[in-house]
Write a protein that binds this ligand. Sequence first.
Ligand SMILES: [Cu+2]
Length: 533
Amino acid sequence: MNRASNLTRRQFLHLSGLGLGGLAVSSLLSACGLSLEPDTLVPLDSTAAPSPGLATPSSTGELVEISLRAVRASYDILPGGETRVWQYQGSLLQGPPASLQTLPDSYLGPILRLRRGQTLKVHFENQINEPSIIHWHGLSVPDEMDGHPRHAIEHDQSYTYEFPILNRAGTYWYHPHPHQRTGPQAYYGLAGLLIVSDDEEAALGLPSGEFDLPLVIQDRLFDSQNQLDYAANPMTGFFGDQILVNGQADYVLEAAAAPHRLRLLNGSNARIYKLAWDDGTALTVIATDGGLLEKPVQRDYVTLAPGERVELYADFSADPVGTQRRLVSLAFEGGGGGMGGMMGGSAAGLPQGVKMDVLRLEIARAGQAGPGLPDRLTLPGFLSEQDAVNSRRPRRFALTMHMAGLINGRTFEMDSVASDEVVRLGDLEVWEFANLGGGMGMMGGSDQPHPMHIHGVQFQVLERSLESGSRQVYNTLSGGFVDSGWKDTVLVMPSETVRLLVKFDHYAGLYLYHCHNLEHEDGGMMRNYRVES
Ligand SMILES: [Cu+2]
């Protein structure tokens, strides 16, 4: 880990070209001003529907180059004194000016606004006093660019990323991924949004500009000096007693009486939200982790686990100026307890599943009604389970908790991959995450929910099944799942098995899959998988 990794473009091409499919090669080459003849491009499976991440042949390869530094900073979050945080600070070196948007009065990193087909180049400098590396959550990138902990850099070192934006339009994000320190680094402030747009999305005329609002939801615990208290329990995770939105306490969303697009990220370490308007107004969901749904869906509440994103179409045009409404997280059961504080410690957060306020909406000014929401948003290009190479014998991952989280009985090892963690480039597979308990005949194994994240892919959720748990408890949260879109993180509740359809269609290499409860992840509930070409 003790090295500076400034890859030259030639080294990068060499490294990342090892396992590329044809289209990805073309966009890399076009990013470098080179081109292949169109008829030499051979998709990995030309008979399948387009899968979610393939760049279009019209990719321009326009370069967006930024500098991103992890630094120490401080902000007024609560009255009575500044809070010390860690922060990604960015500056744009090349590309459209709107590519980098700094959030005012927030410890969150800048929002990176990119178009599919552009090439992103990031010069990352680590100015915090411990190793770190950045993971681009939800994006399909070469493995050297994915922020694996084996690539973490020390204080004062730098790492250069360069990759084409292959993913479809959607709300993605970036955060640290060093060995055993992801939880505290994200908690102290290292996180930011990465928003991808594309032509298909632009044609829909969804609310944009001031009507397109990112909302990053995180819970935090402050000590009497206004400093962040990371009182994490390794079994249940960190739980704060206060919700911050976009890095601010008691967040007020002052909106026009007009339709809005709300992009919600659960950037919390361990807390799951059951999001609803306090007056019972239904939520219209238009996108999940990997972009737009085929059709909007209505929910009374939306369940959002750590790492997940959801986009809402919220039409306030019928609300008179002065209308107030609160977005809350409703109470639920089955969240695994999660008393936040250390035993005997001075501070304690609120347990998982208690009702909490998220933000207050105020209709502050008049607005205009929009054109309305189309019935059909996108052609998702879903794949069929029958085409999976292992549809008869799905690859199964048992999730258990003993002293820490385990996957198929194993903890994280930096470089190793087990024989059942190797997949073939281009293959479509069924994966099952089974959260069925300890396996030692002990209680305590199956009461933890696990939001499972797979790096480098967007997947489909095929099926959920509850094996033995209480349907009544499960149903306090399950009505808010939105499984009809592309996802990279899926909540697996106690006693639940979730079946996924995953295509490994872009790059060969070493990638991660893990629980996105960051304390479970840091405790070892993470493994490598290898994509072989
Ligand atoms: Cu977990």
